[in-house]
Ligand binder design. Structure first.
Ligand code: KIV
Length: 272
């Protein structure tokens, strides 16, 4: 079953822009390793995000803050080796860009050079504009990230819906416009009211890719492990689970253990 346009051999930032113009929704999912990236790419996902959610999902940290640039480059280079068609976007991790535009550029250059990825993503609005401008001068495409920005969890204090109040909503719309003016090719908009997300998507020409931001945006992103039901501890309202892979994996592992214990595995065909 092909649910994407197979004529597009390689997704670029320009193609994402065209998708917005045509009203074709952009699909984006996270990937952190070669095997998963190959499956995501084969399925035809438009964008693979090497998210710093790897800090939670792959490394078991409570927040995204501990993951390092070296870790992100390791994950990103593994993903890039599995991809032919999708655009690969990599999160700049906490502490590698905020407050220092030169560091923002050198972190981005390391990601592009050492992983072979196609773009970087950064959390924040006006406060990181200098860094975004500097990265763009090096020809590196930048995706923004507004709304709930998990790298600032200790400032927010909680992961609740952002920008419910008018003042914060207006600031968010302004930030989206500033990121567009600076030259970002797209923006992730996380956990904001659906109506506001629709206004943001209409206020800028670049694609707005939502997570917990309702349907009136230009695309959707989810964490692959969450939508596959591998991790069943995270159940926000916005998450649609497409599988209960944890149950299937548990069953398979338990069957294997049983077969080993009962001396059923390996049998006469499974040996040399
Ligand atoms: O790190 C990540 O996976 C993300 C998505 C949740 C958008 O930033």
């Amino acid at each position: 079953m092909s649910v994407y346009n197979p004529d597009i051999k390689k997704i670029t930032t320009h193609i994402l822009q065209e998708m917005k113009l045509k009203g074709e929704k952009i699909s984006m999912l996270t990937g952190y390793d070669f095997t998963m990236a190959k499956i995501l790419d084969k399925a035809g996902v438009d964008v693979i995000l090497v998210g710093d959610s790897a800090s939670n999902v792959m490394a078991g940290h409570e927040t995204t803050l501990p993951i390092t640039l070296d870790h992100m480059i390791y994950h990103a280079s593994s993903v890039v080796r599995g991809v032919e068609r999708a655009l690969v976007v990599v999160d700049l991790p906490f502490g590698t860009y905020q407050g220092n535009s030169k560091e923002a550029l050198s972190s981005s250059i390391r990601i592009m050079k050492e992983s072979g990825a196609h773009a970087v993503k950064m959390e924040g609005g006006r406060e990181i504009l200098e860094g975004i401008n500097r990265i763009l001068t090096a020809g590196i495409p930048v995706m923004g990230h507004l709304g709930l920005t998990p790298q600032s969890i200790y400032k927010f204090g909680t992961y609740v819906v952002r920008a419910r109040e008018e003042e914060e909503a207006e600031r968010l719309i302004e930030d989206a416009k500033l990121l567009e003016e600076a030259g970002c090719f797209a923006i992730v908009l996380e956990k904001v009211p659906a109506k506001l997300a629709g206004v943001v998507a209409q206020s800028v020409k670049i694609p707005i890719i939502g997570i917990g931001a309702g349907p009136q945006v230009d695309g959707q992103v989810l964490v692959s492990h969450d939508m596959l039901g591998i991790n069943n501890d995270f159940n926000p309202r916005f998450l649609r689970k497409y599988h209960n892979l944890q149950e299937e994996m548990l069953g398979a592992f338990q069957n294997y253990i049983k077969d080993v214990k009962e001396k059923d595995f390996p049998n006469e065909h499974e040996q040399y």
